[in-house]
Design a protein around this ligand. Sequence first.
Ligand SMILES: *Cc1c(COP(=O)(O)O)cnc(C)c1O
Length: 362
Amino acid sequence: MSETSPRLRAELDAIPAYKPGRNAESGEGGGPVVYKLSSNENPYPPLPGVMEKAVAAAGSFNRYPDYGCDALMREIAERFGVPVDHVATGVGSVGLSQQLVTATVTPGDEVLYAWRSFEGYPVVTTVGGGTSVMVPLTPEEKHDLDAMADAITDRTRLIFVCNPNNPTGTVVTRADLERFLDRVPSDILVVIDEAYVEFVRDPETPNGIDLYRDRPNVCVLRTFSKAYGLAGLRVGFAIAHPPVAAALRKTAVPFGVNQLAQDAAVASLRSEDELLGRVGSLVTERARVLEALRGQGWTVPDTQANFVWLRLGDRTADFAAACEQAGVIVRPYPGEGVRVTIGETEANDIFLKTAEAFHKEL
Ligand SMILES: *Cc1c(COP(=O)(O)O)cnc(C)c1O
């Protein structure tokens, strides 16, 4: 028998091992309470009514879930005013991003997106055999849509526009996005990733669902992970015209969205008033954090998401270490900056106090 290892695709070597936001520790054993502000999660616990549905579904987990996610698909279609054949569900919107690459990319085709943006894009692109074309953000930490349009080639198959952008929180305006969409050839699929759309308060920011209706090459991604607080259940959805939505259903992992997730997502849409009230509180807290940071002397881009971005450059690792020392875990992007989720008031206060002390030392 030969000693060679199985032949794996060389491209996989280029994929960085996924670095999840570190988990919080409970403070058991006398250690300090540690808050996790590193994964843009919702700090509120599940709503009792939603939890009840998930727990009830757990009683049948010897069975496969509903293959077609029928009840959830219908609920989404009704809530967002779209036909049900314009909807596709997935294992989080990351799962849908991967399906989009599978559905559009053949080896060597290009996937275009801003950088820095969501860390999932390079991973799903490479896994899918595509080539990433990354267009730098502007100095204001925003998408450079003109440069992105200029970067389109005859190999471009898929474009991600992350709005608001993770990790900078910045948004593109309706006028700019429409102008961009007008420049993109109609055979290239444009994905508007709206993982944080529920946190947007800026009236100039478009709602992707308005934009997709008369544009067959636009697909909107939404998730239950952030505003709806179901990150651990892994469910998201896409809204697109029937050929794209059908392609997403074909490329899904069979039975990927489990029944707990399906039932909890339906219950969440039916409890939207309460959930969006919580989002409102986080938006208020976001304004407080932003104002405090600017008062301390920090330059912080306007954020429409549930996090703030501090471009710390070389001091990124030191800042993250100082936060951890103080009891909050933030997300460092080595050499670039840190992203800090808006969390519980106590957690935000610890972060602000740490930021204040750190800025005085600069
Ligand atoms: C969090 C996030 C997602 C994915 O969330 P899922 O949990 O996979 O639904 C997608 N896009 C962006 C930009 C995100 O920040």
